[in-house]
Design a protein. Structure first.
Length: 313
């Protein structure tokens, strides 16, 4: 039972990936409603503190898409018992018949394609992102999704969204970077010390969907466990002794890629890479790691612009 509680607490962080601690930017509850593109209704099953879920929320909010939120208990996960896919985020889309979308990047690519292209149904679009079974280095079978960073557009639509090929290549490259590298820097940084680990779990219990005993156990035992797990993650991803240096280097690399002459990687407005990076980083808001990042890197101007455009949307 104790092991399951700890595992559940880790799942609440997207597999130990991070937290969303923005008290000043409280999560808005969206009501399911019709989208301009049709009768599509969206329901997001999530852990509030999961960076992958944060990515999806950033995308939906920026595009002004209404959606309903179902907070999942990270231990029992009864809310997603209908699904053989046991991770979050899960997005249920109903445009006459229910359709389940899995994986944050697939969700974003499929919905973005649906908003741009009027030729295909959402069901047909989702079929372009087939699940493929792979085996990790640890010998665990997992599902990966093909084409998940591609928008499935025809030639005319592609030229409208990506005037030059390099724009599309750049966006896909940095979306993948956010998933494959940036997200793995979160846990080692937010659980860097026992004090930081307790601060992180204090928020998880307060904002997550835990029972009384689950919350008590997660807060005290989970913080200790994740402190040691973060050390293993540091070793697995070959991070430096001072993991802050890896975080600083990563976000400054992102800022350098945007350059001095663009407000966002997407130009005057964010693109999908901007939304992915912002969604991952904002899970550290309110924590020491986030404050340190703002002081010791050049990310703040871009980050503030992202906050403003999403709040405005």
């Amino acid at each position: 039972g104790g092991g399951r509680l700890l595992l559940g607490a880790a799942f609440a962080l997207g597999g130990g990936a991070g937290l969303y601690l923005a008290a000043q930017h409280r999560l808005r509850e969206h009501s399911a409603a019709e989208l301009p593109a049709g009768n599509l209704q969206l329901t997001l099953y999530q852990y509030k503190t999961c960076p992958f879920c944060s990515k999806v929320r950033a995308f939906l909010d920026y595009h002004g898409l209404p959606y309903e939120i179902v907070e999942v208990n990270p231990i029992m996960r009864k809310e997603i018992k209908f699904s053989s896919y046991r991770k979050v985020p899960i997005l249920l889309a109903n445009d006459g018949s229910p359709l389940q979308l899995n994986d944050s990047s697939v969700i974003i690519s499929a919905i973005k394609t649906y908003l741009i292209s009027k030729r295909n149904s959402l069901e047909e679009i989702v079929s372009f992102y087939p699940p493929m079974k792979t085996v990790t280095e640890q010998g665990k079978e997992v599902f990966e999704y093909g084409n998940k960073y591609w928008l499935m557009l025809d030639e005319k639509e592609t030229k409208r969204v990506y005037p030059v090929k390099e724009v599309r290549v750049e966006e896909m490259k940095w979306r993948k970077w956010a998933d494959d590298w940036l997200v793995h820097l979160i846990s080692p940084n937010v659980y860097r010390t026992p004090r930081e680990a307790f601060a992180s779990f204090d928020y998880i219990v307060r904002e997550g969907k835990f029972g009384t005993m689950e919350g008590f156990f997660a807060k005290y035992m989970g913080a200790i466990a994740m402190f040691f797990i973060s050390k293993r993650l540091k070793k697995r991803h070959h991070l430096r002794d001072d993991v802050r240096e890896d975080l600083y280097e990563a976000v400054d690399k992102w800022v350098k890629a945007i350059g001095k002459h663009r407000l966002f990687m997407g130009g005057s407005q964010p693109n999908l890479a901007d939304l992915a990076v912002y969604g991952v980083l904002r899970v550290m808001e309110g924590l020491e790691a986030f404050d340190d990042m703002m002081v010791h890197t050049k990310i703040q101007p871009w980050y503030q612009r992202m906050e403003e455009v999403i709040q405005k949307a």
